[in-house]
Design a protein around this ligand. Structure first.
Ligand code: G3H
Ligand code: 13P
Ligand code: ZN
Length: 312
């Protein structure tokens, strides 16, 4: 099946009370781990890459591998630019086969965010590509940008109608307490999300798809494996799965996951090398890494986001 935009998948997800998993990709094994899970569960999926991933793997390789996955699985798969930093990067992805882009103007002053987002929307829509914008700032690390918890700010519900109307975006990423990376809450801190803000946004934008970034849950078993086999990850606390499930039943139609895949891959590799110190064939050590990614994604699709069987 050719790659699809996010339009139809979000309409169905909103009505069906579930969310689409949007998983970050950097290489073939990650793409295969994700799409094998989606295939097994007959679930639509978004494969997204950051500007950093595009630099690492190169645009053409990523597009070719994602197209191969869409052909092989026959699933609705969108290829999405995650955290597009500027118009030029978005244009290059739109021109080069992506079906969806995010323009991240969240750190700009409000009017500049609107102007930049609208410029991307005008170009994207003229080329049949959907656009995600962002209002509010998440804490954490994306590429080289590190936003401290003090500088993070929740989305202001009173701005969302104006932003969506004036930019024409197809979906909106909001900040309600999630953050990027593995360390979302301090040890001992009780994870909390501002569902009151999400509810208020939902009321102001009925039927409009909302996106949650920084939504990894951080599997404690995987952290334990990493540390048992030579890693040194401090206590890491993610977003509880029941909170993500609740958000997926509300206006949240897209949930972004990167760190959980990184952690799974690292755990599988560390364990494999510790148990098989003589191995040096990449197929031997990348197989358990790909399998564990698949397991993580299956769990999210089935138990957390509720998108099993939603591909048709
Ligand atoms: O939100 C950011 C994603 O986790 C991508 O991270 O920019 O290091 O590829 P990256
Ligand atoms: P995590 O770091 O929580 O996986 O978030 C990823 C993300 O938001 C990608 O845009
Ligand atoms: Zn993000």
């Amino acid at each position: 099946m050719p790659l699809v935009t996010t339009k139809e998948m979000f309409e169905k997800a909103y009505k069906g009370g579930y969310a689409i998993g949007a998983f970050n990709i950097n290489n073939m094994e990650i793409i295969q781990g994700i799409t094998r899970a989606a295939k097994k569960l007959n679930a639509p999926v978004i494969l997204q890459c950051s500007a950093g991933a595009r630099k690492y793997a190169s645009h053409d390789y990523l597009v070719a591998m994602v197209k191969a996955a869409a052909d092989e699985t026959d699933l609705p798969i969108a290829l999405h630019l995650d955290h597009g930093p500027d118009f030029e990067t978005c244009k290059s992805c739109i021109d080069g086969g992506f079906t969806s882009v995010m323009i991240d103007g969240s750190s700009l002053p409000y009017e500049e965010n609107i102007a930049l987002t609208k410029k991307v929307v005008d170009y994207a829509h003229a080329h049949g590509v959907t656009v995600e914008g962002e209002l509010g700032t998440l804490a954490g690390v994306e590429d080289e940008v590190n936003v401290s918890a003090e500088d993070a700010s929740y989305t202001k519900p009173e701005q969302v109608e104006d932003f969506v109307t004036r930019t024409g975006v197809d979906s909106l990423a909001i900040a309600i307490g999630t953050s990027h990376g593995a360390y979302k809450f301090k040890p001992g801190q009780k994870p909390q999300l501002r569902f009151d803000i999400l509810e208020e946004i939902e009321k102001r934008l009925p039927g409009f798809p909302i996106v949650l970034h920084g939504a990894s849950s951080v599997n404690q078993e995987h952290i334990k494996i990493i540390n048992e086999f030579g890693g040194e990850m401090p206590d890491a606390i993610g977003i509880p799965e029941d909170m993500l499930r609740k958000a997926a039943g509300m206006a949240v139609c897209k949930v972004n996951v990167d760190s959980d895949i990184r952690i799974a891959m690292t755990a599988a590799l560390r364990k494999h090398f510790a148990e098989n110190p003589k191995h040096f064939d990449p197929r031997q050590y990348l197989t358990p890494a790909r399998d564990l990614i698949q397991e993580v994604v299956e769990h999210k699709i089935d138990v957390v986001f509720g998108s099993t069987g939603a591909a048709n």
